[in-house]
Design a protein around this ligand. Sequence first.
Ligand SMILES: C[S@@+](CC[C@H](N)C(=O)[O-])C[C@H]1O[C@@H](n2cnc3c(N)ncnc32)[C@H](O)[C@@H]1O
Length: 288
Amino acid sequence: MADTYLSLTVDLPEAEAEALEDALHEAGALGLEVRDAEAPPMPGVRGPSPGEAIVVAYFDERAAAESARERVASDFPAARLRLEEVVQQDWSTAWRQHIHAVEVGRLWVGPPWQLKDAPADKVRLVIEPKMAFGTGDHPTTSLCLAAVDDFMASHPGASVLDVGTGTGVLAIAARRLGAGRVVGVDNDATSVELARENAQVNGTPEVELSGTPLEEVPGTFDLVLANILANTLIELAPALAAHTGQALVLAGVLAHQADAVGAAFRAQGLTQLKGAQVGEWVRLDFRR
Ligand SMILES: C[S@@+](CC[C@H](N)C(=O)[O-])C[C@H]1O[C@@H](n2cnc3c(N)ncnc32)[C@H](O)[C@@H]1O
């Protein structure tokens, strides 16, 4: 087995991504990775610019990779390309260097192997990176963690609903910071399973984690959190607003999408507050 392979990374307008994927398959790519609005990158991995997608194609032969690069350059003039030789690493551990613990307010969130370095005065959450979103170090997650920290400081015992819970990180954080009833839902079965594992590991097995569709979750909650993508948030606006008792926090929204998302929730009778921003990612805050 070769100890190196080649990766061709292509940034291009999202509308052209499907045609590019076909072209790369035809050009002999062994595998493709797509990062776009539908498939946000894993934490620590570079994401596409707004309106763009990133497609990474893997090749085991330099000749095939170079001819694919030439073909893409001529057929997709708007594309930016980078061909790299990648040395095989021990993939079972190499990715670990990309995972960073974060400190947000009273919280420390990090992987198990960094726990020994976590400050003892923090509320420490251990999230092992697996196939669910939410290890803490993505800006959308840390923006929400800050909101959870703030809200729980002034509302001990509050009920919390986390829609699109992923690893369960926000739900678990809320509970560890003194929330009463905490419910987390996700429409991805693997995420629900991992969120339950994480709740156990972090001493919060009482957090109610399931794949229940939002519309079927009974009642209202003092704080509702939803870190999903802008288009999904807009679709879910009536149901999210209906579950909001006091406060609603949205993330997963890019700066250029903030007006549309804000308008959809103001139309549900919620009052928009100041919010927060990290880079291109914005957090939208509302109160009833
Ligand atoms: C960006 S991740 C957020 C994970 C975690 N809450 C965090 O803040 O890091 C979005 C999650 O929403 C889930 N999701 C997407 N659409 C959904 C829907 N309509 N209902 C419930 N969950 C959804 C995805 O499966 C994914 O786990």
